[in-house]
Design a protein around this ligand. Structure first.
Ligand code: FEO
Length: 397
């Protein structure tokens, strides 16, 4: 089949041969409003080496881009830095078509690939810290366990100053502009933060140690080429600093209010709380779950100081949208937040205590008893909500 797919050089001996998924809007629960890329790289040396593959449905694009540079049958080695199927889905088929001498993965990567595709004799484990000669160049490997899978590792190509960082430092952003500095910075920063919040946040505890280990290698990194989105070159310290900042989650004066509503009573409460927060000099961000995705909520709380959650009681429970979002957030384990619950009820009123239980499970410091309103808020009720907002602003100042 004719195709216009071609490889793009990113350094002297390395080409980008990945795929652009313009239509991706959902990635295991994460809303990807700008699509994504599955990055793969071809290193031309005595041993022609493919770094990572792509999602199964994009194999044709990967193969076409490789074929624009060399006969894919000339590939000697494949490196699998990460076994999740957006990078390994096409691996078994690429192995069958290219018959490489070896496929290298971390020890845990060998296990994970076996669990996905059955054991393959061609797959061999590389030790943490090992090196592999490709001829004139050397690849070095560093395990980055739990960032974000047990198998994860990064590879560094000496001589070209290239770090292949798999998911780390990536973003879901479909773009043919391969470098960060060729893209809009506000978009890049937002999508990088969104990626961190939705993929890496639960592992924030180990990120500073991983960054230290990376620094201790002494690798002279000129380009960070991740498995999603454009690559970092002039701005490497910017993304490292942002990862350090996001891993610490120093509270800011932003208060995120997440709610759903039945007949607008809980919404009126959310708006009154937001007014109090703003009047108190802090920054409210109001996120109605009727129109905001769980992954955008996660992004907003990454750089916040407070989380307030509101739901009416429905059939003795919280709204399903709150259960969805709070279950997702609980798994992401955000840190250093204060919070409170609020909402309306008709006759039983269990929802607000259930919301508070979620906040406690997330180790959020509860700063007020749940605010409960019977049916429709009175002006006194709204003053109470506004006062809650003022006290939140004061605590964040
Ligand atoms: Fe991009 Fe963890 O896969």
């Amino acid at each position: 089949m004719p195709s216009s797919f071609k490889a793009y050089p990113i350094s002297k001996h390395v080409y980008w041969v990945g795929a652009i998924d313009w239509g991706l809007r959902e990635f295991h629960g994460y809303s990807t409003s700008r699509g994504s890329t599955y990055n793969a790289y071809l290193v031309i040396d005595d041993k022609v080496t493919l770094i990572d593959t792509v999602k199964k449905s994009f194999e044709h694009e990967l193969m076409a881009r490789i074929s624009s540079v060399i006969d894919p049958g000339k590939i000697d080695y494949i490196i699998s830095n990460h076994s999740e199927m957006d990078h390994s889905g096409s691996l078994p088929s690429v192995i069958r078509k290219t018959r490489p001498e070896k496929v290298f993965a971390s020890k845990m990567g060998v296990k994970a690939l076996g669990a996905h595709f059955g054991s393959m004799d061609v797959v061999e484990a590389v030790e943490n810290g090992a090196s592999l000669s490709l001829g004139s160049k050397k690849l070095h490997f560093l395990e980055t366990r739990m960032l974000h899978w047990p198998d994860s590792m990064v590879s560094y190509l000496e001589g070209e100053r290239l770090l292949f960082s798999q998911d780390a430092f990536g973003m879901h952003l479909a773009t043919p502009r391969l470098f960060v500095d060729d893209n809009n910075w506000d978009v890049v920063r937002f999508e990088s933060a969104k990626y961190y919040a939705n993929i890496l946040l639960p592992y924030s505890q180990i990120i500073p140690k991983a960054l230290e280990k990376l620094q201790a290698t002494g690798w002279d990194i000129g380009i960070i080429a991740s498995d999603h989105g454009p690559f970092w070159r002039d701005d490497i310290s910017t993304i490292i600093d942002l990862y350090t900042q996001w891993s610490i989650q120093e509270p800011t004066n932003k208060a995120v209010i997440v709610y759903d509503t039945m007949w607008r009573s809980t919404e009126l409460m959310a708006h009154a709380i937001a007014d109090g927060i703003a009047d108190g000099g802090a920054v409210p961000v109001v996120l109605p779950l009727s129109s905001v995705s769980r992954s955008d909520v996660a992004t907003e709380i990454l750089e916040a100081g407070a989380l307030l959650v509101g739901s009416p009681t429905i059939n003795n429970n919280i709204f399903p949208s709150l259960a969805d979002t709070l279950t997702y957030l609980r798994g992401l384990k955000p840190k250093n937040l204060i919070g409170a619950a609020f909402g309306s009820y008709g006759w039983s009123g269990e929802a607000q205590n259930q919301l508070e239980d979620y906040l406690r499970e997330m180790n959020i410091e509860i700063v007020s008893d749940p605010l409960k309103v019977n049916y429709v808020p009175t002006s006194e009720n709204l003053t109470e909500c506004r006062n809650l907002g003022l006290s939140i602003a004061e605590k964040l100042s």
